[in-house]
Structures are given as C-alpha cells and as structure tokens.
Design a protein around this ligand. Structure first.
Ligand code: SAH
Length: 219
C-alpha cells in the first residue's frame, strides 16, 4: 500500500478502525466485509476537499448530482449478496465513484459495472488501476439493460433506485442468484432482495433506504 492509500490524520488507520467498530454496532457481521471496508481507502474515491470526512458513516457528493453511498449501506448490501455463498460474477448498476465496485472486487471473482454518466467512468477506472484491482470491467451504458455479454450473474447490485425492478436484470440472474436494489420513489425506498429460485423469484424487503433515482438512457 502506498502512503496515499494508508492515509494520515482523519484518513488514518485509527479513523478507519472507528468506522469498523461503528458498522459492527450497527449489525454488520461478515468479517470479510468488515476487513475489506477497513482495507479500502474510501478517501481516494471522494474529492480531496471531502477526504477528511471519508470515514464518517455518511453519504458524500461525488459530482454530477450523485453520491457515494454511506459505508453502512455498502457493507449491508455486500453482506446480503454474499449470504448465499461465494460469488463468481457480480454485476453492479451505477459505478459512480467506483467505491462499491472496489469493495466487491476484493470479495468476489469478477465485477462488471455499468454507469450511464460517461464523465464518471474514466475516474473510476483510474482508481481501480491505482488500487491494483484487475477484476473489474466498466461499461458506459444504461444499467437497466444489464450487461448481456457476461450474463448470467450470481449477484446483481443496483446502486440507484428504480421504482420497479427492470425485468432484464432479473433475467440476467443465474439460478439461486441474488439481486439487491433500493426500490421505490424518493422518500419511500426499501432495500429489496430478489432470489432466483427454480420456479419463481423470491422477494424480501429488508429496510428503508435513500438513494438517488435510477435514470433512463445515457449521458
Ligand atoms: N455505487 C456507487 C454509487 C453511485 S450513486 C458508488 O460506490 O459510488 C448512483 C450511480 O448510478 C450514479 O453514478 C448514477 O449516474 C448511476 N446511474 C443512475 N441511473 C443509471 C442507469 N440507468 N444506468 C447506469 N447507471 C446509472
């Protein structure tokens, strides 16, 4: 790890350790998830001006009117995805700054991530490269269409909120695959888990959340 990744002061290992304690208290149990969040330098995913707040458990602006999710939510969604066992291929809808993809990349074999705002992609790619993460593929496109080329996926994580789950995404889920998404209009979103069973799709509502909306088309 280089010194920029290690961090100093408000981005130091001690500050990160406090975040992990907090996530534990909030109910995150998977030790691999906690360890990965500890080891992933969130401060390089946000603007330098916000780096000192990178290990607070809050969402932060990442430009283009978008936000990096709160660490608790990243941890929770990752933990729920992993509850079904190890994952070979995971699709993310909404790359944003790339933090969620970077966390996933250390816990699954391959991450495929789709972002509709072109301007965010180069920056995310640069961060993956800087962290030596070679198992992430990024595509510019509308994530509602998923990414057919690499389907089916063992896990799909949607990091912007649709009002209804796009059918195409459910179709790109492998047998026993898990899809997690914030579902609903602003102010009434529920984190929702879908599991593809042999003859049906099981649906479970987990908790109330607040995400930016999933939009249509590219930008
Ligand atoms: N996972 C991100 C969270 C980003 S916020 C992170 O760790 O930073 C949600 C992101 O979803 C934004 O970057 C937004 O541009 C993107 N988004 C919204 N609608 C989309 C769509 N239809 N397809 C792909 N990306 C979309």
């Amino acid at each position: 790890m280089n010194t920029r990744h290690l961090g100093i002061g408000m981005t130091s290992q001690r500050t990160r350790a406090r975040l992990i304690e907090r996530l534990r208290r909030e109910g995150i149990q998977n030790p691999a998830v906690l360890e990965t969040i500890y080891n992933t330098p969130r401060h390089i995913f946000v603007d330098e001006a916000l780096a000192s707040r990178a290990y607070e458990d809050t969402a932060l602006p990442i430009g283009h009117g978008q936000t990096i999710s709160q660490p608790y939510i990243v941890a929770r969604m990752t933990e729920v995805l992993l509850e079904g066992g190890p994952l070979a291929k995971v699709l993310e809808v909404g790359t944003g700054c790339g933090y969620q993809a970077a966390v996933l990349a250390r816990l699954v074999d391959h991450v495929y991530t789709v972002e509709r705002v072109d301007a965010m992609i180069a920056q995310a790619r640069q961060r993956f490269q800087e962290l030596g993460l070679r198992n992430i593929r990024v595509r510019h496109g509308d994530g509602k269409d998923g990414w057919a080329q690499y389907a089916p996926y063992d896990g799909i994580i949607v990091t912007a909120a649709p009002t209804e789950i796009p059918q195409t995404l459910l179709e790109q889920l492998a047998p026993n695959g898990r899809l997690i998404a914030p579902l609903g209009a602003a102010g009434q979103q529920q984190l929702t888990l879908f599991i593809r069973k042999a003859d049906c799709i099981e649906k479970r509502e987990l908790e109330a959340v607040s995400f930016v909306p999933l939009r249509t088309g590219v930008h």
